[in-house]
Design a protein. Sequence first.
Length: 173
Amino acid sequence: MSEIQFEQKSSYSYDDLIQCAEGKMFGPGNAQLPLPPMLMLDRITQISADGGAHGKGEIIAEFDINPDLWFFECHFKGNPIMPGCLGLDGIWQALGFFLGWMGGKGLGGALGVGECKFTGMVLPSVKQISYHIDIKRLIMRRLVLGIADGVVKADGETIYQMNDIKVGLFDKK
């Protein structure tokens, strides 16, 4: 089976992210994003291997918010907010994408977060959240692992801060 060759770009559209979710970007058995409604990214506006606070890579991604999103109906009735765990999942999704973008092989899995602080909420009135991820450590051997710090912003205001976010890529065997 021939391996899929992808174009390593500095930004990706929603259609690109859907291609990744369908397993068509990094090849069979390699990093994939979840499909909607679990996809917490609408676009990656910036991705680089040498940017960010530590010079080891960065990702900036966005997710458009509208009052009709599935989670507002059930979390919580009469007081709708986006579950904080979905914001964390968006960070994990973007970090897993980064590992595939860097050429890492295997399927992604979240491995944890060292610290997570919530100082705000995503309400139905928010228009967009953005994820800002700074890679701290990258291991690209038999073990493929990314460790990063990240923030989630709602309409430009920081609402979540996370340290030591960990995602790995694993052979499915």
